[in-house]
Ligand binder design. Sequence first.
Ligand code: ADP
Ligand code: MG
Length: 378
Amino acid sequence: KYLQELSERKRLYNEVIELKGNIKVFCRCRPLNQVEITNGSNHVVEFDSSLDNELQIISSDSSKKQFKFDHVFRPEDNQEAVFAQTKPIVTSVLDGYNVCIFAYGQTGTGKTFTMEGNPENRGVNYRTLDELFRLSQERSGVMRYELFVSMLEVYNEKIKDLLVENSNQPTKKLEIKQTAEGTQEVPGLVEAQVNGTEDVWELLKSGSRARSVGSTSANELSSRSHCLLRVTVRGENLIDGQKTRSHLWMVDLAGSERVGKIDVEGERLKESQFINKSLSALGDVIAALASKTGHIPYRNSKLTHMLQSSLGGDCKTLMFVQISPSSADVGETICSLNFASRVRGIESGPARKQADLSELSKYKQMVEKLKHDEKETK
Ligand code: ADP
Ligand code: MG
């Protein structure tokens, strides 16, 4: 009887999680920088003093627009605060979940700061691996874990391995292949086994260096390509021998800023078209998953195709939408926030609202039932 109750409870919990959704969006606003302060830029992002999931933008016509996300980080929130909210999502890779996290936003809003960070302010990538090592140590009595890291770049719809030794050599072309189990693989991609934090720091550094080879300015190229860090976890349950393999992808996306067709031509125009195409493909895929519509258009870009087995189903997705607080950027800021709202499936349309209300009451009932059950068992 107890087992029956337990499995019923587990089913309910899963349903609750399903309703809450496994797609989350965090917004992070960086501080005004020195140049902006000197130029007298206004801070156009306002936060509610008591709510940590809302913000308001004062647009150029002084009207206010409100946005809601799963969490909103303010300029004063540090890397530790950001990681505290991110940790439960990324560490679920150890329990066999596939996880994707993305940093989206205009160039200069802190995507790389959030993901990579710097030696004084390490970002999500490093903190995550550190935590995975700590947890695998902690669980070593019941689980054995092996961690592998790959790092690659998608530029103009071409995949480049960032961990190939001597990346000055022209690297062989990488393609996405479908495996017999129906998952996606990139044959030939380097997978480096990592055993501790030291290994990781070295690898991430060499990967970042490879990224800038061939470009006049590292920063320029990095804003026009997607950088993907993949952690593969192989787990073995030492009690029942069950084996798991799961992926965690941490993605620093290309800058989302719109480039005026008049300003650019040739190579630069082609680049921006590739970026637009892949970012909107990503938006379409996540929005389709969030609204639970039938067809998910994974095949529209290399990025979404490669991540196909890690997006959707019971996979977890987190998007950081990075914004600037400056009045000079308000147009791009509103674009990014609109993109993120759509991704979260919280666009307010009449049909959608109705569905949300009924889902909400179903969710409330479940919580009541769980509370009741809890009391009964006590
Ligand atoms: P992106 O990758 O989106 O182009 P960067 O991560 O390179 O942007 O950030 C641009 C600049 O702003 C960098 O100098 C970075 O250190 C700084 N910065 C970004 N976010 C923050 C933050 N939350 N706190 C302090 N400095 C930040
Ligand atoms: Mg960057």
